[in-house]
Design a protein around this ligand. Structure first.
Ligand SMILES: [Zn+2]
Length: 389
């Protein structure tokens, strides 16, 4: 059974109905066995595009050998396509049949080009892609240049305010986010991991003059990001993210509250004071009402929100001190009061605070300069934290 031209076209996924397949055979080109498809491209044009006369006559063929995609790289496929040429008897203008399969005067099919562009998105060398598609490595390079917009590029300008953040998608993979730290919070780049080497490699491709223009970099208290900033952004000031500072303190407060709670008998008054209405402890103390009473069903008494907090804090001095320092820091960060913030961080000795809170305060004191920057600058990762939570 011999296959019809239509069946071969459909096998090769050639959509142009003007291409007629004549033959398929094997040949040797440069000692390599290749499959050659002999085909003809006809045109139905009968009027000259230049003079408009219906005076076109057949004028031979132009037969390029076109590289086509092959499922087996060791047996390349070529289409020997005889493109019909027409000549106008009236003005002498010549035209050639056109097809979507290949561009004019090009010997690489558009299908092969698309495949190369797809391959370029994988982590493979240009040479390897070239061998797979039976083209030269320089063709792959040229295609990459022509389609530069499709590939990740390095910005020649960076915003004045940058922000670094990381998001854990699964335990073993943490992606690194580079964000425009100004009001837009636009994501500039996502790197697949947060390794120092990957981040440095990315930024080293960005022009030094662009990096020198960066004024602030907002981040979490992650020491190795700080090293990267000093190394790559000579004029930038590091700002610790306000949301991160507040999150560290509330976490420490909750940790000690929960440790303390376990010292009391389950169902006891003290246990209930610490266990329930825990959100009130984190609420801004200025928002707590001291006038409006409500009935607290856990402790069976009428209290105001302020009184409810005081009852819990009276149980332990360290818990009370933790509460005071946490709210002082939150308030001064909000009010952008640098001096008061510094004072609040040195208000208590470590032994006057709980162990988790003393740990947080120690970290904040150690990074005092960049923590105080948080009270001075507007930049924050907050909106992104919400976006990626
Ligand atoms: Zn003409």
């Amino acid at each position: 059974m011999t296959l019809s031209s239509n069946s071969i076209r459909s096998l090769l996924e050639i959509k142009d109905p003007n291409i007629k397949i004549d033959d398929i055979f094997y040949a040797f080109i440069h000692h390599t066995k290749v499959r050659i498809i002999k085909a003809c491209l006809i045109t139905h044009q009968n009027r000259c595009p230049l003079c408009g006369f219906a005076a076109l006559v057949h004028n031979g063929h132009y037969t390029p050998t076109i590289t086509y995609t092959s499922d087996n790289a060791s047996h390349p496929v070529f289409i020997r396509l005889a493109k019909q040429r027409l000549k106008c008897k009236n003005c002498g203008h010549t035209i050639m049949a056109k097809t979507q399969l290949v561009n004019k005067y090009c010997n690489i099919s558009n299908r092969t080009k698309s495949k190369i562009i797809m391959n370029l998105q994988d982590d493979r060398t240009q040479k390897c892609i070239a061998i797979d598609n039976n083209v030269s490595p320089s063709t792959v390079g040229r295609l990459m240049d022509e389609n530069r917009a499709l590939y990740p590029t390095f910005p020649d300008r960076l915003p004045k305010h940058l922000a670094f953040d990381e998001i854990s998608r699964c335990p073993s993979s943490i992606t690194f986010y580079l964000i425009d730290g100004s009001n837009h919070h636009r994501i500039i780049k996502i790197l697949p991991n947060r390794f120092k080497s990957s981040i440095i490699r990315y930024f080293e491709c960005v022009d030094l003059s662009a990096r020198k223009r960066v004024e602030t970099v907002t981040m979490d208290l992650n020491s190795y990001y700080q090293d990267i900033v000093y190394q790559l952004f000579p004029n930038a000031k590091i700002v610790i993210d306000r949301f991160h500072i507040i999150a560290m303190m509330t976490r420490a407060f909750n940790q000690y509250r929960s440790q303390l709670m376990k010292h009391y008998q389950y169902q006891s008054h003290e246990y209930k004071l610490l266990k329930f209405s825990w959100r009130l402890y984190l609420k801004n103390d200025r928002d707590l009402s001291n006038a409006q009473e409500y009935y607290d069903r856990h402790i069976h008494q009428k209290v105001t929100a302020g009184e409810r907090i005081s009852l819990g804090l009276e149980l332990d001095t360290k818990l009370n001190n933790d509460y005071v320092v946490m709210h002082d820091v939150m308030n001064y960060l909000m009010l952008r009061n640098k001096d008061q913030l510094a004072e609040a961080l040195f208000n208590y000795r470590y032994e006057q605070l709980s162990k988790p809170m003393a740990g947080v305060i120690r970290t904040l004191r150690k990074n005092l300069e960049i923590v105080l920057n948080a009270a001075e600058n507007e930049q924050s990762n907050g909106p992104l934290e919400v976006l990626t939570a």
